[in-house]
Design a binder for this molecule. Structure first.
Ligand code: FES
Length: 107
């Protein structure tokens, strides 16, 4: 498992990622999307598992689902499971906000 660190402090991370906005970033070859809800972060693959749409342009609904902007498939924010549509689950990545930045644990 690799650890990718975003930012150098908790404050920097909170300022860099506005509430309920999705930020896209590169972690080596991988493109990640990070959503902030309060001081909780959800990190997922930036490419939709259906046809690869850019999920940094996704919407989040009140049921805790990521809605792909291309065909509106919906994915559970906590598990990555498909809630509407026919494709594989969305890869999610465990993360932890620390005093030295957001640690993202990649397989
Ligand atoms: S590309 Fe995301 S639902 Fe089709």
């Amino acid at each position: 498992m690799n650890t990718f660190r975003f930012g150098t402090s908790k404050e920097e991370v909170l300022q860099a990622i506005p509430e309920r906005k999705i930020k896209k970033l590169a972690a080596g070859e991988r493109r990640l999307a990070i959503l902030r809800l309060g001081e909780q972060f959800h990190v997922f693959d930036a490419h939709c598992p259906h046809r690869g749409a850019d999920l940094s342009h996704a919407n989040i609904n009140g049921a805790g689902e990521i809605i792909c902007p291309l065909h509106q498939y919906r994915f559970d924010l906590k598990t990555g499971d498909v809630r509407a549509g026919y494709c594989t689950s969305l890869p999610l990545f465990r993360n932890e906000l620390t005093e030295s930045g957001l640690c993202i644990y990649l397989p």
